[in-house]
Write a protein that binds this ligand. Structure first.
Ligand code: GLN
Length: 556
């Protein structure tokens, strides 16, 4: 632990879902472009110890860090927008804070004192910020979840108020993300919600330095002046955070209004080099001018809740950028797919992907989609559950292991192709009982994976409870499947492939967590490349079919 040098605290007002996470990540991106080293932190005011036990359909994706923390999806944005290396310490919930305090209380660490929100909870929050202040970090950007006015975020706001006092005004910047709604009946943008939200913050003792005003349109000079006057912020620090077509455009949008300059002015660091965002601009340019497109079908359950597959969506988008392609995502509800409907539902896809998941719902439909991809030679990418179902489909339909299953879905199956991880035996709690985080994986030479990565050993992040049963490896491989990735101790199978198929790979890990807009993940790039080749074949075949039909009509 070093000492905190500079801190930016990001709060939100008026309503939730204003994109505080993207705002914090974009600030990180801009400060890195000025040569600063940043890290980001998310405080979540709920009482769960971590989001690992929360439904992704309520809370969005559970993001996993290298050290195996199950975190809020905002950490995914932070990693995609910056070079920060995030760990368990970068996502702290109220539950975690209380867990620590109560453990100390039971140990007698408080020496008989009354344990209270102030100072004990606030001290623990401040200690969490200090914990990530390592020597290689210049600026900490900490986002406070929830909305100003929530009862449960009060201790966090009090803690950051104290930190401003302790660190000094020129080491601490408060950014408040707020809403300036368009009221159609009046035909006007309204500043009152922002005024109220700032009033609420000031009542707690926090005077914001920068207001990021989420609007549908631009903010006029008059409106900026009005907000500045009522909220007591500099005029140039009232920023219009307009809706944009891609989250990756937000840093550029903020840069155009000089947000980084304003932050650096507060920090007395105005002499830093000019921002360097050319890589970022090139990426946006490729996004704006795709040369073609591919359609990838994602076969999952509850696919309406796209936030639950956030990193996956982003990774596919990044892979498209690497090829200058627009990747259209088609969410297909697994439950509706049968052998009879598969062709109708899937024949216009260029690639099929089964993502991670838990529970039996939709498994049969996934197996049918995988069979379709295998038989019709459509590129297939299976991630975690998608790898397990890929192996089960192969076991059943190619190797004759008709009752093959995972014990997750059929505990009594006689053919246990996947069973509970050996290292988890005897652990019955729901929280933190998975194989989590980054593990090394050795790749087979000449495999699809080795070619994609261009390296014999990789590290990828995991989040699963069931493992491939190596007792069935021989029967699977003798029928053509290949195990191309395993842990260096040969304990766990990590990757399976089907040689001879245009692109057919399943991995037990989650590569999507490591993909970035400027560094697309090798497996995703390779998959999207194959999908584009399939797209070409598909389009040509369609043209041939049409021509044949045309000729048939003419001849008859
Ligand atoms: N449910 C499977 C397991 O626990 C797959 C998990 C996942 O896809 N993340 O092993």
């Amino acid at each position: 632990m070093g000492s905190v040098k500079k801190c930016i605290f990001v709060t939100g007002g008026v309503v939730s879902s204003l994109g505080k996470g993207i705002a914090a990540a974009s600030l990180g991106c801009l400060l890195e472009s000025r040569g600063l080293r940043v890290t980001l932190q998310k405080f979540d005011p709920y009482l769960n110890i971590d989001p690992g036990t929360m439904s992704p359909f309520q809370h969005g994706e559970v993001f996993v860090t290298d050290d195996g923390a199950e975190t809020d999806l905002d950490l995914g944005h932070y990693e995609r927008f910056t070079h920060a290396r995030l760990t368990q310490a970068n996502n702290v919930t109220s539950g975690r804070i209380y867990e620590r305090i109560l453990a100390k209380e039971r140990r007698g660490d408080y020496l008989g004192k009354t344990v209270q929100v102030i100072p004990h909870v606030t001290n623990e929050i401040k200690a969490s910020v200090r914990k990530i202040a390592t020597n290689d970090v210049d600026v900490i950007i900490a986002e406070i979840g929830g909305t100003v006015g929530d009862i449960e975020s009060l201790p966090f706001l009090e803690a950051i108020r104290q930190m401003r006092h302790e660190l000094g005004r020129n080491n601490c910047v408060f950014v408040h993300v707020t809403l300036v709604p368009w009221i159609a009946a009046a035909g006007e943008l309204k500043t009152k919600p922002t005024q109220h939200s700032v009033k609420e913050l000031r009542a707690i003792g926090i005077q914001p330095d920068i207001l990021l005003c989420r609007t549908e349109t631009d903010l006029s000079r008059e409106l900026r002046e009005k907000i500045a006057l009522f909220c007591d912020v500099d005029k140039d620090a009232v920023i219009a955070a307009r809706d944009v077509d891609s989250v990756y455009r937000v840093p550029i949008h903020l840069a155009q209004q000089g947000v980084d300059d304003i932050v650096l002015r507060h920090f007395d660091m105005s002499d830093l080099p000019k921002r360097e965002l050319s890589g970022w601009e090139d990426m946006l340019d490729r996004m704006r001018h795709p040369v073609d497109e591919v359609t990838i079908g994602i076969i999952g359950k509850y696919v309406d809740y796209e936030d639950s597959y956030k990193s996956l969506k982003e990774a596919l988008l990044h892979a498209g950028l690497a090829h200058q392609l627009r990747v259209q995502l088609r969410w297909v509800e697994a439950e509706g797919i049968t052998q009879e409907t598969a062709h109708h539902q899937l024949s216009d896809l260029d690639g099929i992907l089964v993502p991670g998941g838990f529970g039996i719902r939709g498994i049969d439909g996934m197996l049918e989609a995988i069979r379709y991809a295998r038989e019709q030679e459509v590129p297939y990418f299976g991630i975690c559950l998608g790898m397990q179902t890929m192996v089960i489909e192969y076991g059943r339909n190619v190797c004759g292991l008709e009752s093959a299953h995972s014990t997750e879905f059929d505990p009594g199956t006689p053919v246990r192709l996947f069973f509970k991880l050996r290292e988890l035996k005897g652990i019955e709690d729901l929280g933190g009982n998975m194989r989590l985080g980054s593990w090394p994986c050795k790749l087979e030479p000449d495999s699809l994976a080795a070619k994609a990565y261009g390296s014999p050993q990789i590290h990828e992040r995991h989040r699963h409870r069931y493992e491939f049963n190596r007792d069935y490896e021989e029967v699977l491989t003798s029928h053509g499947m290949r195990v191309t990735g395993e842990t260096p101790d040969a304990m766990y199978v990590e990757i399976c492939e089907l040689p001879g198929h245009p692109w057919y790979l399943g991995c037990q890990f989650h590569p999507e967590f490591k993909s970035k807009p400027l560094e697309s993940h090798p497996l995703f790039s390779s998959f999207v490349g194959a999908a584009f080749r399939h797209h070409g074949t598909r389009v040509r075949n369609e043209q041939v079919r049409e021509a044949e039909q045309f000729l048939r009509v003419r001849v008859s």
